[in-house]
Design a protein around this ligand. Structure first.
Ligand code: HEM
Length: 269
């Protein structure tokens, strides 16, 4: 990863400060360099990033790629899986896409390029994604315990300090708690569309797919947008079904092949 990322970072360093260099506010790498240049100019320091700075950029880029890649792609797979199991919800998704983007699925990409905000007119699709993330929350998180964060037992008793512990959010348990989520094992996109008076209405703060607060997922909006876009592009064009048996049939699970794959992994740099 470092080998792939380094040339891009070095190219950005070389361009920094040259006349005509512009920054794209929508890329992580440019946001970093823009801020770095502004700081140097304010302090009257030369634009000379040291090794620690470059290493920090590379580490952060890796975190973004790691945190943003499999989470998003797996949510796409789980959404399509759930839609394949629930034709009635798939029909509603398709109906929504027809209404917003017209009857021709192939026309949607051009329409979206011209009117990107139209993606916001797909609340049912968003409900499907949020319900998918409730049932398959892909990432958890933890925080460092401290004397300020104490635990109270339901039965009472003295509060217990969490200092010296790491606190894990337990998002899977939370997302399946029947007191918070009626019918927790049912895939019900309508939870996300009903009013407060409905028992299905989500209890505030109980959905933690991206966690909450100042440390929550920085890519939340991007991820939801990407997944919505993918669904708009594929939900009407393809029928999906799971095919594990077919997949298994075309795999070579012989010991000789497994040994070969292990060998490939060991020799890969
Ligand atoms: C469905 C997709 C995604 C899910 C479910 C997800 C979930 C999460 C969760 C639960 C956290 C922990 C937040 C906390 O500690 O409070 C997190 C952190 C983070 N996410 Fe996401 N995320 C997704 C997509 C993305 C994308 C697309 C990006 C970037 C392009 C991204 C970048 C990050 C970063 C940089 C962090 C912080 C890591 C750190 O604290 O070191 N995520 N994400």
């Amino acid at each position: 990863m470092s080998e792939l990322l380094m040339p891009k970072v070095q190219a950005r360093i070389a361009a920094m400060g040259s006349k005509g260099t512009t920054y794209d506010d929508k890329t992580v790498i440019d946001l970093v360099f823009k801020r770095y240049q502004e700081n140097c100019e304010r302090k009257g320091e030369p634009l000379k990033p040291d090794k620690a700075f470059v290493d920090t950029i590379i580490s952060n880029l890796k975190v973004f790629i790691f945190a943003g890649h499999d989470t998003t792609s797996s949510t796409i797979c789980f959404s399509l899986y759930q839609l394949s199991k629930h034709p009635e919800f798939l029909a509603k998704v398709r109906e929504e896409h027809d209404a917003v983007f017209g009857a021709d699925p192939l026309a949607a990409p051009a329409l979206l390029l011209e009117h990107p905000h139209k993606i916001n007119e797909t609340p049912y699709t968003l409900a499907v994604i949020k319900e998918t993330l409730r049932m398959y929350p892909l990432a958890g998180t933890f925080r460092e315990g401290s004397d300020e964060t104490v635990l109270h037992a339901d039965e009472g008793g003295a509060p217990v300090s969490t200092a010296g512990f790491d606190l894990i959010d337990g998002v899977w348990e939370l997302h399946y708690r029947p007191d918070l989520w009626p019918r927790p094992y049912d895939f019900l996109p309508q939870r996300w569309l009903v009013g407060e008076e409905d028992p299905l209405f989500p209890v505030p703060y109980s959905w933690r797919a991206f966690e909450h607060g100042p440390m929550n997922c920085i890519g939340k909006d991007l991820a939801l947008l990407e997944i919505r876009l993918v669904l708009v592009h594929v939900a009407r064009r393809y029928d999906f079904e799971t095919a594990w048996e077919e997949w298994d049939k075309i795999q070579d699970y012989t010991e000789a092949n497994i040994d070969r794959l292990r060998g490939d992994l060991r020799t890969r740099k």
